[in-house]
Design a protein around this ligand. Structure first.
Ligand code: PMT
Length: 371
């Protein structure tokens, strides 16, 4: 395949020109078992995608492009879906936040701060034979999280599927979608991951670490691409080397998901913007382009406090009420998920005549939601 074909790849080309994760068949069997078991138990299954995807710049990857997403939206939403009785396939960026452990793993919330030492003082004045206990201040909250975590673990209702690169994300998304086809509109896709829009095609990817220094006199690098074929090249500027990266667009797989991989499922995509003036426009554009059920729009700066649901009936803002003195701010996902579940119920009760079935009356107002 030449580089001009790869410059405008479609979905098939993308999968043909990239290698699938080596353990994909095994993961596929695990997902199949998970979906079948929960379907038989009368549970709906939601795929929650979460976190950012990386775009490697080298085959033997030293450098990659990443994005800001920590996976808070996905991990928090997964907990509320579990509470609502769903089985959750959590397709997440490796090492991003996970349901339940997220309460203690964030960098501003070091888990050690939740612990204290309990025990007697030895003859030397130091603690001896002491023990580690949860600080009394945090016990009630931790007990609540622990119980929910245990319930999910014992019920095996949470399946963790990690990815790192945009390619492994896409292979996994396709595979999970195929396995979820068997439960029709009992399947829900909640795509909160921040998926990269650009990538380096394999035939233009540098094999080895891209060099910033002078290599004249060094032995020739094995597998080096001529500058005309390489996606990343360095240019001498006088004040040092400049790195120039030429990325291709990642095909929008949402279309393929809606039309082919999961035609009966309810599909919810997210749209992140930084400019409030274009958020609604971009949400409507996505809905029109992909013809799925719902777009949830959010702004980078306010995403924890407000989101907008956009479907073909219109918009509905969901806002976190201001916390009263001494109260903790509620999580916006505690308002989003009940609303999503309500809309999923409507989709499931509507006749199955296409991906937009049930969308007509799906903008039901909610008591806990501010408009
Ligand atoms: O993790 P946090 O820090 O909590 O942040 C959460 C979030 C802001 C990342 C999340 O709420 C969010 O908005 N996620 C979507 C970000 C976004 O705007 O993605 P996008 O515009 O690249 O894609 C829009 C939708 O198209 C996504 O739902 C994605 O699943 C889909 N997509 C994207 C790329 C691609 N190649 N194919 C796709 O189908």
């Amino acid at each position: 395949m030449n580089s001009s074909t790869i410059a405008s790849p479609d979905e098939n080309e993308y999968f043909e020109t990239h290698s699938a994760p080596p353990n994909l068949p095994e993961l596929s069997r695990i997902v199949q078992g998970f979906v079948l078991r929960h379907h038989a138990a009368g549970r709906h299954v939601v795929l929650v995608s979460s976190g950012g995807t990386t775009v490697p710049l080298e085959n033997q990857t030293v450098r990659f492009i990443d994005n800001f997403s920590a996976g808070t939206r996905g991990a928090t939403s997964a907990e509320y879906f579990l509470e609502a009785g769903y089985a959750v396939v959590f397709l997440h960026r490796q090492f991003s936040l996970l349901p339940y452990s997220r309460h203690y793993s964030h960098s501003t919330n070091c888990f050690l701060d939740y612990l204290s030492e309990w025990g007697r003082i030895g003859e030397d004045g130091n603690q001896a034979g002491g023990d580690v206990v949860v600080h009394s201040k945090y016990r009630a909250q931790m007990l609540d999280v622990l119980r929910k975590y245990r319930r999910a673990k014992e019920g095996r209702t949470l399946l963790l599927l990690p990815f790192t690169t945009v390619t492994s994300y896409l292979f996994l998304l396709r595979e999970v979608a195929m396995q979820m086809q068997m439960i029709g509109n009992g399947a829900l896709f909640y795509l909160a991951a921040a998926v990269s829009d650009f990538f380096v095609p394999p035939d233009r990817m540098a094999e080895h670490k891209i060099q910033s220094g002078d290599l004249s006199g060094a032995p020739e690098t094995e597998g080096a691409k001529p500058a005309t074929q390489a996606a990343a090249t360095t240019k001498e500027t006088g004040a040092g080397k400049k790195l120039v990266i030429d990325l291709d667009p990642v095909p929008k797989f949402l279309k393929r998901l809606v039309e082919g991989w999961a035609p009966e499922a309810m599909i919810i995509s997210f749209k992140l913007e930084t400019d409030p003036n274009i958020l609604l426009y971009k949400c409507r554009q996505a809905l029109e382009r992909y013809r799925h059920h719902l777009v949830i729009g959010n702004l980078l700066s306010t995403r924890k406090f407000e989101v907008v649901f956009v479907d073909k009936e219109g918009e509905q803002w969901i806002r976190v009420p201001e916390a009263k003195d001494g109260e903790e701010q509620i999580e916006i996902e505690s308002l989003i998920i009940p609303e999503v579940v309500k809309r999923h119920e409507i989709v499931m009760s509507a006749k199955k005549d296409g991906p937009m079935a049930g969308n007509q009356d799906s903008r039901a107002p909610s008591a806990s939601v501010t408009q």
